[in-house]
Design a protein around this ligand. Sequence first.
Ligand code: S3P
Length: 487
Amino acid sequence: MSRTSRNRLCRSLRGAAVLSAGGAFRAWGLALNRNQTAARRTVARAAPLRIATRADLMETSVQPARALRGSPTAPGDKSISHRAAILSSIAEGTAVIENFQNGADCRATLSCLRLLGVPWRWLEADTVEISGVGLAGLSEPPNVLDCRNSGTTMRMLAGLLAAQPFLSVLSGDASLRSRPMGRVIEPLRRMGADIRARDHNSLAPPVICGGSLVGIEYDMPVASAQVKSSLLLAGLYARGETTVREPSPSRDHTELMLQAMGADITSTNGVATIRRQQRGLKPLSLRVPGDISAAAFWLVAGAAHPEAQITLSSVGVNPRRTGILDALRAMGADIDIRNERLSGPEPVADIDVHSSTLTGTRIGGDMIPRLIDEIPLIALAASQAHGETVIQDAAELRVKESDRIRTTVRELRRLGVDITELPDGLSIKGPTRLRGGRVSSHGDHRLAMMLGVAALLARESTTISNSQAVSVSYPRFWEDLKALSGP
Ligand code: S3P
């Protein structure tokens, strides 16, 4: 990269890091005795939360927090936002999606849809209007579709594009190009799709020569909402009936949204059946619930910090996503769920969390798909809990944006956590007083945010490298952390 373009990139990153402005971003220091029953607290020197930028990386230093109080607004749910964008694109008419998650992943989905000929525009910062082109209205993209870091974009679009009468190629960043795609390509090929990909059809970029498909019955080897959704999208177009059976039920946002839009779909206990769509899909305007996977960072911060009271409003509480609430409650967390209601087809509620004395627990089996994205965070909570926590049946974590079993172990160990890697999970013994220091996100958004929460609980300052990764799903994360912990 030339010096001028490096400087330009550096300047724009600095501009994006609102937090760097003159050290205005403050988190007050506190040294904590982690024995929660007899917490001896000494107020440490207040220091600014520092953001430094290099040409390609940003690092964030976070001071321990004296107290955590406030009501952060979780961004719109990432999974629901992807689905709202994709399904609205093939509906008959216009839908307005409020509280659309505007992180990099969902923006990647919107950019791909534009290349497929779908008109959409922002009405406000987080409200997008999508003019559906109907089931047969997509057009051949003039370029490779760049899914960036987003597995949901690539896998769901693969299913939709397998049924379109044109050629498309889906690609993404280095992380996405190393993640398994055979899990969608193989069943889509069984439906008659013409798809080729690297490494014996297992790695992106997939090249899709779309065409007519036939419905299949498919027993999924692993529970995956992305794979299920991909096959259901293909099933909308396939002759006959498509049935997908999961080993454990995963999130069902696609099924709920398709039902609300008039698709011929049934779904019970991990078995979903869809029939070819004869009539157009009705457009569905909705307000996307707050993302429980983002709210989870503040739930763990609130439960594990000895001086905390946090309220989260309008968070999605679809039972296929609330494993984190069950796990934290099983650990003794003081969590109240109030004011349950519906937002479109999805349940939402307000959630309060207070400082709690946590104890270890066991997590595995059917619970795993209900909290798959929250496991690094549960490992952090477990490090503050009395006794041992064992998480099993979670080998899927190895093929996320990073190998989250390995990266969680590596980074929490650096903070002093007694944590062991299992082939399909983690074992953690607590409580441990986190020591602070230098850690890395490995470019994984959920690792960056988990380490940000760990930093609030630590004895000394923690510097998280590659901290800009949060922009994938929670661009305001560092500002919200500041607001919760600042005086
Ligand atoms: C998602 C499903 C899960 C989850 C991911 C989002 C979705 O992945 O980890 O963050 O939106 O369908 P898998 O389908 O691979 O389990």
